[in-house]
Design a protein around this ligand. Sequence first.
Ligand SMILES: [Zn+2]
Length: 317
Amino acid sequence: MHRVTQATLAIACLTALCAGSANSSVVRANDDELVPSGKGWGERPAPGPGPGQGAGQGKGDAPGQGKPKPSGNGISYHGGKLILGTTKIYYIWYGNWAGNDAPTILTDLAQNIGNSAYYNINTTYYDGSNNHVANSVAYAGSTTDAYSRGTSLSDSAIQGVVSDAISQGRVPKDTNAVYFVLTSKDVTASSGFCTQYCGWHTHGTIGGLDIKYSFVGNPDRCPSACAAQTIGPNNNAGADGMASIIAHELEEAVTDPDLNAWYDTRGQENADKCAWTFGSTTTWPSGAKSNMKLGNRNFLIQQNWVNANGGYCAKAY
Ligand SMILES: [Zn+2]
């Protein structure tokens, strides 16, 4: 999902509630990642710059559009940029992750999601010059942040966490990247983690450049809202839940980095259209379910929308 401002979020919620959805369980709006009731319907009334996002990016709909270009696949291109070529992932581990193997599990995810049949779904998205998203992702590094902004992060604090990491040289400044702020269980996001969303992505001007970033909280804080299962395939329910949310935010950030590229008439981005659906799964002796293998690990990762053949949710393309 995508959030721009709290105001947008609130409006989005109303929109979702009023509009209802094919999924009768919808209650929440803006986000994406809320289970079980909110099965992830991210709504947003219209693309556009939010006041908090800085003039640097605030171009609203990119030039040349005016009218969305329907693909015939249930999702439309609105003229904005996509992330092309190899997309880099940076992790910012916020809070206290000591004794938790989430960094190992989620680094493996970042190192192996590129070139997968799953990520290949994103190659069905393209820009106005027919440049398609590449099935290429590189894990490019990480840093830590030991509570620089406390345990309840506002949206602007989250951007500040990213901005600090970049300006202090702990991670490079890279416009072809998505920076993930990953918070430990004792940390919340005050605009609605666990109640309105489990994660989101947006962009902002940092160091004069348009930087794409995402918040993903630890579902251990609220498993019934943000984890699909209480036992994960990697024996870390929080990290296993985060894997699905990271994948969701990554594919949205790549196909709609500035919130003005690919989304449907209801404001749903590609992953929103398939949020909390997993396709066929395997159940392991522990009881954990998984639906794909990336590298050497099994994961349970939500499906994504294929922008081809009429459009459909899938876990591979
Ligand atoms: Zn989403």
